[in-house]
Design a protein around this ligand. Structure first.
Ligand SMILES: NC(=O)c1ccc[n+]([C@@H]2O[C@H](COP(=O)([O-])OP(=O)(O)OC[C@H]3O[C@@H](n4cnc5c(N)ncnc54)[C@H](O)[C@@H]3O)[C@@H](O)[C@H]2O)c1
Length: 446
């Protein structure tokens, strides 16, 4: 099939889980994957693929020998055939994308490469499964959309928190109207990342106060974003689930946003604590320690997102779903439903999670047990590869992907402009009004 036929055949497909006719790959029992970036996260997705006989990992690309070597070891341990490797330069990924025997590409490179790699994958007719976030600037997001509109090749942000067991149970409760009409939702990224942003330069977990290209793991590249940008630089873990609760882009949409930032003290204090006198304590880290973003929705709900990764704290993602009949608050580990819960007392959320277990979890909990992040990595990998196998739209589609990611540049602009509200772009170009939420409506994996 030539590119023109491919575009003609696929351009008719609207958003939603419509069957996508004529994707450029052959019918094959196995879904054939290529990977760009096999660092820590890419290798999580490799591990998911190696567990399954219906997935073939054909090729991988990375520019660091250590990442390739760790990946080879995973294949050897699993007793599987080694993938073809593409390495040597920033353009190496193009060789992988030129292959005709790959149906989908998993992209787990540093943030600044995601746009280029995802656009390349879509242009090559391969499903793009991209780690968070989609792009850096607002324009990046429009550029990615343009290529999607030209190619109609599905793009999915691999936002695993959308598949968390408690989050999916709460989504089930939302859909069964247990909370009543929703008014407000919250989420965030609240995770002490100081030990990720700095290490000893030798091992990703080696305690130290160094970062930059001479170190290892995410400290090589991620910390620089905390120096350069004051924004919610990791909005998707909170925004993805909240968007499902509120049907964003599917009958509802974010209309505007405003961000607030605390001062930045956490990273300098950490460096001083770990290595007194280290010059990295004197850096001006632009990224405020607490970034709070508020969003309005077209249907009248409000949303709060938090970014809090530089201070000592336990992990939680601050979820809250509140409606006319009651609410869930992750921090309270509780659900309260009027006339069901004891007055003014939280029920243990676990009781509700079990009662309203999502059909996907009921079906796949055993398969997912042992997979990364308490099983959710299995679900997000399964969703992406099932969409490929079934030649359907991905459950987190291009519009959702761009929406949850564009919060970063919008919050940055709001902060630069003194907490001014920013109009939220409508990537669906009006289609949100009639689109229906299709995320995880049953146990089909999509
Ligand atoms: N959803 C989650 O739970 C989760 C968890 C961790 C990381 N992530 C995301 O995954 C992505 C990767 O993070 P990570 O922790 O694996 O980082 P990492 O630094 O461990 O790995 C990145 C890999 O990409 C390679 N790379 C860099 N530039 C490249 C290029 N131009 N071409 C090919 N390879 C290139 C590096 O050599 C490295 O092996 C990021 O977007 C991160 O935010 C998501």
């Amino acid at each position: 099939m030539d590119r023109r036929d491919f575009i003609t055949n696929t351009a008719v497909v609207a958003a939603g889980l419509a069957f996508i006719p004529g994707l450029a790959f052959a019918d094959n029992e196995k879904v054939r994957l290529g990977y760009i970036g096999v660092g820590q996260r890419g290798r999580n997705h490799i591990a998911s693929g190696l567990l399954r006989n219906d997935i073939e990992i054909v090729a991988i690309c990375d520019i660091q020998e250590s990442s390739l070597q760790f990946t080879r070891e995973l294949f050897q341990k699993a007793g599987k055939k080694l993938p073809v490797e593409y390495t040597g330069s920033l353009d190496s990924y193009k060789g992988l994308l030129d292959r005709k025997d790959i149906d989908g590409v998993i992209i787990a490179t540093p943030w600044n490469f995601h746009k280029e790699h995802a656009i390349g994958a879509m242009r090559a007719g391969k499903y793009a499964g991209c780690e968070v976030v989609a792009g850096i600037t607002l324009q990046d997001h429009w550029d990615i959309l343009k290529v999607y509109e030209e190619t109609r090749v599905p793009y999915m942000t691999l936002e695993n928190v959308c598949y968390r067991r408690d989050v999916m149970a709460m989504l089930n409760m939302v859909r069964q109207n247990i909370f009543g009409e929703l008014l407000h939702a919250e989420g965030g990224y609240q995770h002490d990342l100081r030990g990720v942003l700095f290490n000893d330069g030798k091992t990703p977990n080696g305690i130290g106060a160094e970062f930059g290209p001479q170190t290892v793991g995410e400290a090589q590249w991620r910390t620089q974003f905390n120096i350069d940008r004051n924004a919610d630089i990791y909005p998707t873990h909170g925004a993805g689930p909240v968007m499902n609760f509120l049907n964003i882009n599917k009958g509802n949409r974010f209309t505007n946003l405003v961000s607030f930032s605390s001062k930045a003290r956490g990273l300098s204090a950490y460096v001083t604590k770990i290595d007194p006198g280290n010059k990295n304590a004197n850096i001006h880290y632009k990224n405020g320690d607490l970034i709070t973003t508020m969003l309005n929705c077209a249907n009248g709900e409000t949303v709060t997102l938090t970014h809090d990764t530089h201070l000592p704290r336990p992990y939680d993602l601050a979820f809250r779903v509140q409606g006319t009949k009651g609410l869930w608050m992750e921090v309270a580990k509780g659900v309260y439903i009027e006339d069901v819960s004891i007055r003014e007392r939280w029920d243990d959320q676990q009781v509700w999670i079990e009662k309203y277990e999502h059909p996907l979890w009921k079906r796949y909990a055993n398969d997912a047990s042992g997979a990364g992040h308490d099983g959710i990595d299995w679900f997000v990998f399964n969703a992406f590869t099932e969409a490929i196998r079934q030649k359907k739209q991905t459950p987190i589609d291009i519009y959702d992907s761009l929406t949850m990611s564009v919060i970063t540049p919008l919050s940055e602009k709001s902060l630069v402009e003194g907490n001014t509200p920013q109009a939220f772009p409508d990537f669906t170009k009006g289609k949100w009004q009639s689109a229906k939420n299709t995320f995880a409506l049953d146990d089909s994996g999509l």
